[in-house]
Design a protein around this ligand. Structure first.
Ligand SMILES: Nc1nc2c(c(=O)[nH]1)N[C@H]1C(S)=C(S)[C@@H](COP(=O)(O)OP(=O)(O)OC[C@H]3O[C@@H](n4cnc5c(=O)[nH]c(N)nc54)[C@H](O)[C@@H]3O)O[C@H]1N2
Ligand SMILES: Nc1nc2c(c(=O)[nH]1)N[C@H]1C(S)=C(S)[C@@H](COP(=O)(O)OP(=O)(O)OC[C@H]3O[C@@H](n4cnc5c(=O)[nH]c(N)nc54)[C@H](O)[C@@H]3O)O[C@H]1N2
Ligand code: SF4
Ligand SMILES: [Mo]
Length: 917
C-alpha cells in the first residue's frame, strides 16, 4: 500500500486528498494535512470518494450513432462531421459547451482549439450558471476577474457575512474552518443573509431572512446608511476609487430610512440596523457570497452592491477583509483563467482588450500555422442553446456537464438538442440524461485517472494526479481534442505529449507581453518551464506567481492599486430590480433551488455511494406548514410542482426554516433517479443582462398534492433487473442505491389498486416466498428468496412506516436461510429489522452511519450535547457536517418533538430572525 497526494474533484474549497493505493485500487482517502485549503480535513463527500470509483456504470468505449466503435473511427468521425459542418455552414455554426469540472489543461486545449483553430467564438461553460455574475462584477469593480481574498481572511475577520451561501453544506471544510476560528475568537460575529434558515445559521449571531432577490436593496441601503452615519472611509475612497457620488445617488434613489429598507427586504428593522452597525463599525469584514447572489437576473448588480460597501469602507486588501465570491466547482477558476467563457479570449484577455487578438494570434502561431480567431464574443450558455434551437448552431461538443438537466427551461434545451444535427458528448458515466441526445459519445477518464491542475476559490493552483489506469478505453479529455486537432490538419499547434506541456504553454501565455502598463493580473510566469518532475511535484500555490512573488500571492490589492486603466477601483451605481419570473394566480409560489449536503449536482458520482444517498433519499419539496396546509398537504406526502416549462414531483418536508410563500427544492435529481424531479424543467430562462447568468433561484410555481393510489418501497438485490416498464407504470418512482440492493420508492396512480401477486410477477423474476398482509389497512409485506438468498423485499404502505433499512440491506449480502426459515427469521425479514439490533433510523451522520433514532435515544438518555453524542455514537466526529443537524435534534428533543424536522428551534419561533447572542 502507498499514499499519493491529489485534490478533491468536488467543490471549490479544493481540499488536498491523500489517496491510499493498493495495486490498481484506490482503497481509501484522508485529508492532506499539508494542503493549505483543508489542513487534513475532508467533508463527507470527499471522504466517500473511493466509494464512487470502479468500472461499474462507466462509459468504456466510444460510440457513433449508437454503435460502439474503436477510437480511430470515433475521432475520424468527429473530425469529418465537424469539418463538414464548417464547410456547409461556416466556422461559426460550431459550438462547445464546457465545464468547471474540466482540468485547466483540458480547458486550455478546448479554448485554443475552438476559438483559435476552428474559428468559432461560441464556446461557453456551465460556469455561466455559476460564477458569471461574480466575474462580471469583479471586472466592473477591479478591472479584472480577481478574487481578492484568501481562506485565512475568513479566520482573521471580526465579522463574516454569508450572503446567499449555505457554507455548512456546500463548502463544508471552509465552514469548519470558520466555525473553529469563531470558537477561538469570541468577538467574531457571523451574519447569515438567506431567505431560508440553513444549517449555516448554526454559527450565526444574526440571521436576516430576506425576501428573495432583495439583496441589492439591502446593500444599497447599507451604503446609504454608512454615508449618513459618517462611516465612509473618505481617505481610501479618495485615493483608490472612483464613482462614489453616482453610486450613492443611485442608492438614495429609494427611501433610505431603515423602516423602508426593512420593509422592502421583509426583515425586522432593528435587526437590520444591528447588521448595518456591525458592518459599518468593523474594518475586518469578509462578505462571502455565492449562488443566492449570482444566480439572479440582476446578479452582477447585486455583487457590485456588496463590493461597493467594501470599497466605501476601505474593507479590502487587508487581512480579514474583502468581498469573497466563493466558487462552486473544483476548477471554475481555472476555466476563467484560460479564457473559457464566450465573452473572453484567453488568459484574462477579452476580445476588446487592446492588442489582445493580435497578441493571442501571434502566441498561438506554430510552424507557420496561423490561428483564425473570431473577432468578437460568442453566445453565452442559455443563448447558445437557443441558437441551437434556431438552427444557427449545427454542431456542439459538450464536455463534463449536463445541460439537459442543469440549464433553466431544461425541457426546451432537450428539444433543441434533439434537433441539433451533431451532438458530441465527452463523459465518464454510462447513464446520464444527456447521452440520449448524443450522436457521438466519447468515454473520458475521470478523477483519480487524469492528470492536471485545478484552481480553487482562493486562487490556489493544485495538482490532481492520475493514480489509476483508465477503465476500458476511456481517454483523457485533452488527448481526445489533440487527436481531433491532428485530424483537422492543425496538429502542429497541439503537439502536447503530457498535460505538463499544456500547463507550461498556459503559464507562458499568462506572461506573454504582460507588461507593466497593460498588466494582466493573471500571471503565473514563474510556473513556466517546469519540467515533468517539477510539474508532477507542484505544491499548491496561489496566483499571481511571478519573479516578484515566486511563492504566490495570498491577497490582492493590498497597495490599493487595481487592474483598471486608472488603477482605481470603481464603485458601480446599482438600481435594485426584482425577479423576472413573476408570480401569478396560476403560479403563486416562489421557487428556490439549491444543494443538499451529501450530493454533487446530477449525482453521477455521489449517487453511486450508498452512504451519501441516505441523508436525503428522495427528491423533496421544502415548504412552510401553512402553505402545505392551504393545499391540504401533510408532511411526507407526495406533491407536484408546476412551472412554465415542466413539472417536478417530490416528497413534502414541512419546514419552519422556509418563509411562507416560498419553496425549496434540490437540484440533484435526474431522470436516472426519479420520474419527474428535475428543477431545471420548472424554471424560465431569464438572464442577467451583464453576465448572461440565468435566474435559477427565483422561479414561480404552483403546488398541489399528488394523488396516489398506493405507496410502496421495493428493495431488489443489486444484480437483479426489474422486468417490465415499472417507471412508466407508476405515478412516482425514485431509485436509490443501497449497499447490496437498490431501493425503489413507488406510488401508484389514483384508483389503481393492483392485485399484488400479479403486480409482483410483472416486475420480479421470483415469486414471493414470504408474505403478510393487513387487508383492512392496505398494508402488505412480501419478500422473495431464491437459492438461499434474499432477492427482493416489498412494503406496501407509507414510507414513514419503513424501518431504517440498514439491517435489511445487510441481509441481501448473506445467505438468507432458504426454505427452512424458522418463524422468527421470517417475521424479522418481513419486519425488516432484527429484534435486538435496534433500528437507527434515517441517517444523520454519513461518515459514521449514525441514524436519527439512535441519536434521539441517546439524547433522551442524557447525552444532550454534540460532544457527548460524539463520545457515545461517534457522530459528528469526522467531517463535522452533521453538527448543525445534531444540534437541532438536541434542541427538538428538549421540547416535545415537533412534527417537522430539520428546522432549528429558533426558526420555529421566529422564522425571520434569531436572537443576537
Ligand atoms: N454538497 C454540495 N456542495 C456543493 C455543490 C453540490 O452540488 N453539492 N455544488 C458546488 C457548486 S458548483 C456551487 S456553485 C456551490 C453553490 O453553493 P451555494 O451558493 O451555497 O449553494 P445553493 O444551495 O445553490 O444556494 C445558496 C443559498 O442561496 C439562498 N438564496 C436563494 N435565493 C436567495 C436570495 O435571493 N438572496 C439570498 N441572500 N440568498 C438566496 C438559498 O436559500 C441557498 O441557501 O456549491 C458547491 N458545493
Ligand atoms: N435550478 C438550478 N439549476 C442549476 C443550479 C442551481 O442552483 N439551481 N446550479 C448551477 C450550477 S452553479 C452548476 S455548477 C451546474 C452544475 O450542473 P452540471 O455541470 O450539469 O452537473 P454535473 O453533474 O456536475 O455534470 C458534470 C458531468 O461531467 C461528468 N464528468 C465528471 N468529470 C469529468 C471529466 O473529467 N471529463 C468529462 N468529460 N466528464 C466528466 C460527470 O459524470 C457529469 O455527468 O448546475 C447549474 N444549474
Ligand atoms: S469541502 Fe468536501 S467536497 Fe469540497 S473540496 Fe473539500 S472534501 Fe471536497
Ligand atoms: Mo456551480
Amino acid at each position: 500500500m502507498h499514499q499519493a497526494r491529489t485534490t478533491c474533484p468536488y467543490c471549490g474549497v479544493g481540499c488536498g486528498v491523500l489517496a491510499r493505493l493498493e495495486g490498481d485500487r484506490l482503497t481509501g482517502v484522508d485529508g492532506d494535512s499539508d494542503h493549505p485549503a483543508n489542513f487534513g480535513r475532508l467533508c463527507v463527500k470527499g471522504s466517500a470518494l473511493h466509494e464512487t470509483l470502479g468500472d461499474h456504470g462507466r462509459l468504456l468505449r466510444p460510440r457513433v450513432d449508437g454503435v460502439e466503435v474503436d477510437w480511430d473511427t470515433a475521432l475520424d468521425t468527429v473530425a469529418e462531421r465537424l469539418q463538414a459542418t464548417r464547410t456547409a455552414h461556416g466556422d461559426q455554426a460550431v459550438a462547445a459547451y464546457l465545464s468547471g469540472q474540466l482540468l485547466t489543461e483540458d480547458y486550455y486545449v478546448a479554448n485554443k482549439l475552438f476559438k483559435g483553430f476552428l474559428g468559432t467564438p461560441h464556446l461557453d461553460t456551465n460556469s455561466r450558471l455559476c460564477m458569471a455574475s461574480a466575474v462580471a462584477a469583479h471586472k466592473r469593480a477591479f478591472g479584472a476577474d480577481a478574487v481578492p481574498c484568501s481562506y485565512e481572511d475568513l479566520e482573521e475577520a471580526e465579522l463574516v457575512v454569508l450572503v446567499g451561501a449555505n457554507l455548512a453544506w456546500n463548502h463544508p471544510v471552509l465552514y469548519q474552518r470558520l466555525r473553529t476560528a469563531k470558537s477561538r475568537n469570541p468577538l467574531m460575529r457571523v451574519v447569515v443573509i438567506d431567505p431560508r434558515v440553513t444549517d449555516s445559521c448554526e454559527i450565526a449571531d444574526l440571521y436576516l431572512g430576506v425576501a428573495p432577490g432583495s439583496d441589492a436593496r439591502l446593500f444599497n441601503g447599507l451604503l446609504a446608511w454608512m454615508a449618513d452615519q459618517g462611516k465612509l472611509d473618505r481617505v481610501y475612497l479618495e485615493k483608490h476609487t472612483q464613482g462614489l457620488d453616482e453610486t450613492l445617488a443611485a442608492a438614495r434613489g429609494d427611501d433610505t430610512t431603515l423602516e423602508a429598507i426593512a420593509a422592502d427586504c421583509d426583515v425586522d428593522a432593528e435587526r437590520l440596523e444591528t447588521f448595518f452597525y456591525w458592518f459599518a463599525s468593523q474594518l475586518h469584514v469578509v462578505t462571502l457570497f455565492s449562488q443566492g447572489i449570482n444566480q439572479s437576473s440582476s446578479g452582477t448588480d447585486k455583487a457590485n452592491a456588496i463590493i461597493n460597501c467594501h470599497l466605501a469602507g476601505g474593507k479590502l486588501g487587508l487581512p480579514g477583509a474583502g468581498p469573497f465570491s466563493i466558487t462552486g466547482q473544483p476548477n471554475a477558476m481555472g476555466g476563467r483563467e484560460v479564457g473559457g467563457l464566450a465573452n473572453q479570449l484567453a488568459a484574462h484577455m477579452d476580445y476588446h482588450t487592446p492588442g489582445a487578438l493580435d497578441r493571442v494570434t501571434r502566441f498561438w502561431t506554430t510552424d507557420g500555422l496561423v490561428p483564425t480567431l473570431p473577432e468578437g464574443p460568442g453566445h453565452k450558455a442559455v443563448e447558445l442553446f437557443a441558437a441551437i434551437e434556431r438552427g444557427e448552431l449545427r454542431a456542439v461538443w459538450i464536455m463534463a456537464t449536463n445541460p439537459a438537466v442543469s440549464l433553466p427551461d431544461a425541457n426546451r434545451v432537450r428539444r433543441a438538442l434533439a434537433r441539433c444535427p451533431l451532438v458530441i458528448v465527452s463523459e465518464c458515466v454510462a447513464d446520464t440524461d444527456l447521452l440520449a441526445y448524443a450522436d457521438i459519445v466519447l468515454p473520458a477518464t475521470g478523477w483519480s485517472e487524469k492528470d492536471g491542475t485545478v484552481t480553487n476559490s482562493e486562487r490556489c493552483i493544485s495538482r490532481q494526479r492520475g493514480l489509476l489506469p483508465p477503465p476500458g478505453e476511456a481517454r483523457h479529455d485533452w488527448w481526445i481534442m489533440v487527436e481531433v486537432a491532428r485530424r483537422l490538419g492543425v496538429g502542429e499547434a497541439f503537439a502536447y505529449r503530457h498535460p505538463g506541456e499544456i500547463f507550461d504553454e498556459h503559464a507562458r501565455l499568462s506572461a506573454f507581453e504582460n507588461a507593466a502598463e497593460s498588466a494582466r493580473l493573471f500571471d503565473i510566469s514563474a510556473l513556466a518551464g517546469l519540467d515533468r518532475a517539477a510539474y508532477d511535484a507542484l505544491a499548491p500555490i496561489q496566483w499571481p506567481v511571478t519573479a516578484d512573488a515566486p511563492h504566490g500571492t495570498a491577497r490582492l490589492f493590498e497597495d490599493g492599486r487595481f487592474a483598471t486603466p486608472d488603477g482605481r477601483a470603481h464603485l458601480v451605481p446599482v438600481r435594485p430590480r426584482g425577479p423576472e419570473q413573476s408570480l401569478s394566480p396560476a403560479r403563486p409560489l416562489r421557487l428556490n433551488t439549491g444543494r443538499v449536503r451529501d450530493q454533487w449536482h446530477t449525482m453521477t458520482r455521489t449517487g453511486r455511494a450508498p452512504r451519501l444517498m441516505n441523508h436525503r433519499a428522495e427528491p423533496f419539496i421544502e415548504v412552510a406548514p401553512e402553505d402545505a396546509a392551504a393545499q391540504g398537504i401533510e408532511d411526507q406526502q407526495l406533491a407536484r410542482l408546476s412551472g412554465a416549462g415542466g413539472d417536478y414531483v417530490g416528497r413534502v418536508r414541512l419546514s419552519r426554516a422556509q418563509r411562507r410563500g416560498e419553496l425549496f427544492v434540490p437540484i440533484h435529481w435526474t431522470d436516472q433517479f426519479s420520474g419527474t424531479a428535475r428543477t431545471g424543467a420548472l424554471l424560465e430562462a431569464h438572464l442577467d443582462p451583464v453576465s448572461g447568468q440565468p435566474e435559477l433561484k427565483q422561479g414561480a410555481v404552483a403546488l398541489a398534492l399528488l394523488a396516489a393510489g398506493w405507496e410502496a418501497t421495493l428493495l431488489v438485490a443489486d444484480d437483479l433487473t426489474l422486468g417490465g416498464e415499472i417507471r412508466g407504470d407508476v405515478a412516482y418512482w425514485a431509485r436509490i442505491p443501497l449497499s447490496h440492493a437498490e431501493r425503489w420508492q413507488l406510488a401508484g396512480h389514483p384508483g389503481d389498486a393492483p392485485d399484488w401477486r400479479t403486480w409482483l410477477a410483472a416486475y420480479l423474476p421470483t415469486a414471493p416466498t414470504l408474505w403478510s398482509e393487513d387487508p383492512d389497512g392496505g398494508r402488505w409485506r412480501a419478500a422473495g428468496i431464491a437459492e438461499g438468498r434474499l432477492r427482493w423485499w416489498l412494503m406496501v404502505g407509507p414510507p414513514a412506516e419503513l424501518p431504517g433499512l440498514a439491517w435489511l440491506t445487510e441481509r441481501f449480502a448473506e445467505a438468507a436461510g432458504g426454505e427452512g426459515l424458522d418463524a422468527g427469521r421470517r417475521r424479522r425479514l418481513l419486519a425488516g429489522c432484527d429484534d435486538g439490533a435496534g433500528d437507527s433510523g434515517p441517517l444523520v451522520c454519513s461518515c459514521h452511519q449514525v441514524g436519527q433514532r439512535a441519536i434521539v435515544a441517546a439524547i433522551r438518555e442524557g447525552d444532550a450535547s454534540v460532544e457527548a453524542l460524539g463520545a457515545r455514537l461517534a457522530c459528528g466526529t469526522q467531517c463535522g457536517s452533521c453538527i448543525p443537524e445534531l444540534k437541532s435534534l438536541i434542541e427538538e428533543s428538549a421540547e416535545p418533538r415537533a412534527e417537522e424536522e430539520g428546522a432549528h428551534a429558533f426558526a420555529k419561533t421566529q422564522p425571520n430572525t434569531i436572537d443576537v447572542a
